[in-house]
Design a protein around this ligand. Sequence first.
Ligand SMILES: Nc1ncnc2c1ncn2[C@@H]1O[C@H](COP(=O)(O)OP(=O)(O)O)[C@@H](O)[C@H]1O
Ligand SMILES: [Mg+2]
Length: 280
Amino acid sequence: MSLLEVDDVVVQFGGVTAVNHASFEAEAGRITGLIGPNGAGKTTCFNVISGLQRPTKGAVRFNGKSVTRTPVHRRSRMGMARTFQRLEAFGSLTVRENVRVALDIHRGLKGIVKPSGSDLDSLLERVGIAAYADDRADAIPTGTARLLEVARCLAGAPRLLLLDEPSSGLDESETDDFGDLLKDLAAEGMGILMVEHDMDLVMAVCDTIRVLDFGEVIAIGDPSMVRSDPKVQKAYLGYSDLDESGEHVDAGPDVHVDETPTLVTPVVTGGGATVKEPSA
Ligand SMILES: Nc1ncnc2c1ncn2[C@@H]1O[C@H](COP(=O)(O)OP(=O)(O)O)[C@@H](O)[C@H]1O
Ligand SMILES: [Mg+2]
């Protein structure tokens, strides 16, 4: 039995089919990547999994139990935690206060009353944001704010961690440290499902990958299988990095893998609205 099972999920928004009969799993103790072009339906899948979006059709099972109709807060108590593409921390509180609030909420839910100082510090340290502990959350760099989101999730000791583009805004060494943290968490038994555009990070940490395109799962496999899958190459813009005038298009520092053909983050060109990602 998988920790998370997404079973034949369909999500329609009026005439747009955002998720089209998608089925995939995420296992405890493993890092599962969910990748695909902009507009492929990744965030909508996360919304269905976490309970923010009721699917038009299909089911979600967590730890063997159907949670398709379970409200968000109950899924959270059952051990699901997620970060958002747009940031959610309390801007007027410090980093430390934000994590303390999250810890206190989860302790309160579990009836634990002892003070949380040392756990708080070790959590900040572990996620790599201790240096920002006393800064207001609205004054820290975007990448750090994403790590703060992760720390707030970890405060609840989740069984399943859902990460939506966690590494955007992190530099290379911060991304490496973050990848190590994810591997450690998985080694401790946590299941991680990650939407991520940084292919180097995805290929380095994911045990297994699911590729979405136009709401459909078009590939499932380990990183090397997925990387060489022709359907995946095609979904990622026919592996060309040249624009119409023959100029090299800057695909950004983080969206290539070190093999040809190169995976680049494409723009959706038909069959569904082009999505402008909220700027972080
Ligand atoms: N609330 C919504 N209402 C209407 N269409 C939506 C909504 N959310 C997402 N969509 C559409 O669903 C598709 C998938 O979006 P999304 O899940 O955000 O993709 P991704 O996260 O892979 O970039 C897109 O065509 C998008 O425009
Ligand atoms: Mg998204």
